[in-house]
Design a protein around this ligand. Structure first.
Ligand SMILES: [Zn+2]
Length: 288
């Protein structure tokens, strides 16, 4: 199929450009020759890709590296400040919006209570708040290139679809596409706990490790698994949904409809409820 082949060629080009950009981002300042060596791309391809990245203003040439004899090479590094992205953390009753540049420096942040009882309310409220945030930060805003949204539930990150949320009914909500159309930039959607695991891997405590497990106890209970430096999604994208593993068949009813899920015991509301119960029974609760 011709269309498919063209698609594949474009995809390969995109992946190669992304690989080169990533190398420059992570290992820069780095010379074109080093990029070709590490990426296993032909030097001519690296020259072409870096020219395109230079033209787009995504990378820049910097001072010469120390000479290793022969001709001195020019190094490349990423250009971070002219490009901005917005990160949204949507909780069950809160929304946090931040503005970042490409070096992941946070430039502005807004956090407020946000209740929504339906898919429509969620979408409307989210768009409104992002628009308000953009308006409030117009004076410092540079070129916006992407919006990332994390939220609780079962998310299909490849297609930007929300399949399940713990607090409202959703029907294959195409949130990624809606946000992308509203703001005219790419939108990346992800499960909050998995995104947190990825953030810890890129910037936090598990930075040094290729394999890591993050367990989060919040309004719910969830886990994010990093394998070989990549977030592990599993075939159903529900790996890490430990909150709904049944641990007590005679336990309390869970938001998901089942009984005795881990979340009915090990999540903030359940822990608070249990402490209150113990206190009312005269038990001394020791908090450490
Ligand atoms: Zn459950």
């Amino acid at each position: 199929m011709t269309g498919g082949q063209i698609g594949n060629v474009d995809l390969v080009k995109q992946l190669n450009s992304a690989a080169v950009y990533r190398l420059i981002d992570q290992q820069g300042p780095i010379s074109r020759i080093q990029v070709a060596d590490v990426s296993n791309l032909a030097p001519a391809s690296v020259t072409k890709i870096t020219r395109q990245l230079l033209e787009r203003g995504l990378i820049k040439e910097v001072a010469h590296q120390a000479s290793t004899g022969g001709r001195r090479a020019i190094s490349l590094t990423t250009e971070c400040s002219p490009f901005h992205s917005i990160a949204v953390r949507l909780g069950r009753d809160v929304i946090e919006i931040s503005l970042f540049d490409l070096s992941s420096k946070e430039l502005a942040r807004q956090s407020e209570a946000f209740s929504y009882a339906s898919e429509a309310e969620l979408v409307e409220g989210l768009m409104l708040r992002i628009n308000q945030f953009l308006a409030a930060n117009q004076s410092i805003l540079k070129e916006l290139i992407a919006i990332g949204v994390t939220l609780p539930g079962l998310i299909d990150p490849e297609n930007g679809i929300v399949d399940y949320m713990p607090n409202i009914q959703v029907d294959k909500m195409e949130l990624g596409q809606l946000v992308s159309e509203e703001f005219g930039v790419a939108c990346f959607l992800g499960n909050d706990t998995r995104a947190q695991a990825l953030a810890e891997h890129y910037f936090g405590v598990s930075k040094k490790y290729q394999d890591a497990l993050l367990v989060s106890v919040h309004n719910g209970t969830g886990a994010g698994i990093i394998v070989n430096g990549q977030i592990f999604l599993g075939s159903n994208r529900n790996v890490g949904e430990i909150g709904h593993i049944q641990i007590d068949p005679l336990g309390d009813k869970c938001q998901c409809g089942n009984f005795g899920c881990l979340e009915t015991v090990a999540a903030n509301p359940a822990i608070i409820e249990n402490v209150k119960k113990l206190l009312s029974q005269g038990t001394t609760v020791l908090l450490r």
